[in-house]
Design a protein around this ligand. Structure first.
Ligand code: AKB
Length: 315
């Protein structure tokens, strides 16, 4: 039976937004999900409508008109792209989030989801098994906007009682949609090249360890967090979301089980210094304790899924 919720997704055309929209439509029914993006498009079974989340009046109008009860605010500029225009990135990421929070507060939205990121951490945090409460000194404008966004979510919760929930995603690996301008994008691009038998040039060194997660785990975590009873959510800034830790070399070794001839070269660029300031692994203790989070996908599970799905796309 479909549950009675009215869902708004912003940034629904992006990597996470596309898969999350499908999961929410399956769960709540297509008539109850308003999927939006700055770039509208028609998907297989649903439409993504236009919404500029930096325009407060438009955000309020859609929340009011559709009697929205839950918002998943995914619209944002990611870490690598954000560096080419820091002020605009800050403006877009923060303005849109404040517009969503204000509309949610005014129109009694019951739950709001904010995607944060491991990018909130910087050089002062421990590199390995980084705790959720470790020091936040992000070096990218994306990381700064996520760290501030977490605090805004916490503020709206403590001041107005708005039920804001958030996860710090690691790099998300998926076959459905390409990621758009992050530092962890190589972990998706590499599979596209491998299945097409094209050599890949990686912009990070072979031993750059970063936290990652497979899309199915990322979507399941999002839904489990949003489903958890309110009194279980003891973190109102953002939960560390742990999946696994991968280096480019480990990924290549995994891919070579399917494609032994796969070729890779390493030419680090500006994204290397972004990655160097991020944790290599994160501690998901709070997510486990509060709402029982446990990731499922290993690196070989991910390679298996990515290669079999992308082989269908390219063949
Ligand atoms: C990025 O690389 O910017 C994102 C992230 C880790 O938030 N994938």
């Amino acid at each position: 039976m479909k549950r009675e919720e009215k869902i708004l997704i912003t940034g629904s055309g992006g990597q996470l937004g596309t898969t999350l929209a499908k999961a929410l439509i399956d769960r709540y029914g297509i008539e109850n999900v308003t999927a939006t993006d700055l770039h509208p498009k028609t998907m297989d079974a649903w439409d993504i409508g236009f919404l500029d989340t930096t325009d407060a009046a438009s955000v309020e109008a859609i929340v009011k008109k559709n009697k929205i009860s839950q918002i998943y605010h995914l619209a944002a500029i990611l870490s690598a792209n954000g560096e080419s225009n820091p002020i605009q990135t800050w403006d877009i990421n923060i303005k849109s989030w404040l517009n969503v929070l204000e509309a949610a507060r005014k129109y009694q939205v019951t739950k709001v989801f904010f995607p944060s990121s491991i990018a909130v951490f910087g050089p002062s945090a421990s590199k390995a098994n980084t705790s959720q409460t470790d020091f936040l000194d992000p070096l990218t404008v994306y990381g700064i906007s996520k760290a501030a966004g977490e605090q805004w979510g916490h503020y709206f919760f403590s001041k107005y009682g708005l039920d804001v929930r958030s996860l710090r995603y690691p790099g998300v690996i998926s076959h459905g949609t390409l990621p758009g301008g992050g530092t962890t994008d190589y972990a998706v691009d590499i599979y596209h090249k491998a299945v097409q038998n094209i050599p890949y040039t990686c912009y990070l060194t072979e031993d750059t360890a970063l936290p990652m997660i497979y899309m199915d785990d990322a979507v399941r975590a999002t839904l489990e967090l949003m489903d958890a009873p309110k009194d279980k959510i003891r973190t109102r800034t953002s939960y560390n979301l742990n999946g696994l830790t991968i280096t480019p070399k480990q990924m290549v070794d995994s891919i070579r089980q399917w494609f032994p001839q796969f070729e890779i070269a390493y030419t680090p660029d500006f994204r290397q210094s972004i990655a160097n300031a991020w944790p290599s692994s994160i501690d998901g203790l709070h997510a486990k304790n509060d709402w029982n989070w446990s990731p499922k996908y290993s690196l070989d599970d991910i390679s298996n899924e990515m290669i079999s799905q992308l082989s269908k796309t390219y063949n």
